[in-house]
Design a protein around this ligand. Structure first.
Ligand code: ADP
Length: 304
């Protein structure tokens, strides 16, 4: 009876959301929040009503990537009926995050499992996504990395909703990241969460020659190596875009997708402009429509 009541509550709160899409990863730092935030921006620029729910309690970085510096000033407001009102970005993306509940943004969240799980449940059931629009076309959920307690409880809890479209899995190409992603894929299978697609992040590289020179002048050996391989292609034009599959090579992500019978969506290159757009809370596909990462992001959105 309790499970059915929870399921009803969840369905009620998500009744104005067409598609719930989870963004998950095996490890932290692989670009999960980047993908979640830029998917929101790209969808919003195409005219969809979009929400971002940040449940990554230990590293809530997605709100900054959607709201820019403004995110620090945000606190949660309540509606007359007591539900939580999301914060709206300049492009009308509805955002709800743990970071709005913290008085100091440098504060760490050091709660234990049960308290985190309770908060996640509240997030999922008490936010009013109706807003100024008639609800959302897409709610993108930035989940905690890995198969932690919070991660499992979020996904299992969301399973009760009927409008869960599935999960986008983000990984980097190295085996250390892939090993954790395999566990995630098994977990999705066990909990019957459809895997919409796997995105390989930062396996390739796109930058302008002057950006590379700047990085290498600041002592990055790795950039120096990339520069060396790219000099021939782009000898002197400083603003010329250069791309490389320097890090990819192995094809490990595709092999994993083949083994687990899940769709490989493609590669999002490492791109200093993408990092900058995220820092400013801006839409990369609008600022740099021609970049390889923009082609990839528009392609991912087209598959949703
Ligand atoms: P996660 O959510 O998996 O912990 P983040 O999305 O926060 O990872 O990314 C970690 C860092 O790497 C951030 O500073 C982000 O801006 C940067 N980053 C992620 N993907 C890219 C990319 N494709 N190009 C450039 N920088 C990236």
């Amino acid at each position: 009876a309790k499970a059915e009541a929870e399921a009803q509550q969840l369905r009620h709160s998500l009744r104005n959301v067409q598609h719930v899409v989870l963004v998950i990863s095996g490890k932290g730092g692989v670009g999960k929040s980047t993908v979640a935030a830029q998917l929101c921006h790209t969808l919003a620029s195409q005219g969809y009503a979009v929400g971002l729910l940040d449940v990554d309690l230990c590293g809530p970085s997605a709100p900054r990537m959607v709201l820019g510096d403004d995110y620090v000033a945000q606190t949660v407001r309540h509606s007359g009926s007591g539900s939580w009102i999301p914060v709206y970005s300049s492009s009308n993306i509805a955002v709800m995050s743990i970071s709005f509940l913290l008085s100091d943004h440098n504060q760490a969240v050091i709660w234990r499992g049960p308290r985190k799980n309770a908060l996640i449940q509240q997030f999922l059931t008490e936010v009013d996504w109706t807003g100024e629009t008639d609800g959302l076309d897409y709610l993108i959920v930035d989940t905690p990395p890995g198969t932690s307690d919070e991660h499992i409880s979020t996904v299992q809890y969301l399973q009760k909703a009927q409008n869960i479209a599935g999960a986008i899995v983000v990984t980097t190409p190295e085996e250390v990241s892939l090993a954790d992603v395999r566990k995630e894929l098994s977990f999705c299978k066990k909990t019957s969460v459809p895997v919409l697609g796997v995105v390989e992040n930062m396996g390739t590289f796109q930058a302008r020659m002057n950006q590379l020179r700047f990085l290498s002048a600041h002592g990055s050996d790795c950039t120096e190596a990339i520069l060396a391989t790219l000099r021939e292609k782009c000898p002197e034009v400083l603003d010329c875009l250069v791309a490389s599959d320097f890090f990819a090579g192995t094809g490990g992500t595709e092999r994993m997708c083949h083994d687990y019978v899940v769709p490989f969506w493609g590669r999002l290159p490492l791109d200093p402009d993408l990092l900058k757009s995220c820092e400013m809370g801006k839409s990369f596909t609008e600022l740099f429509p021609e970049a390889t990462a923009s082609l990839a992001l528009r392609d991912f959105v087209g598959r949703l």
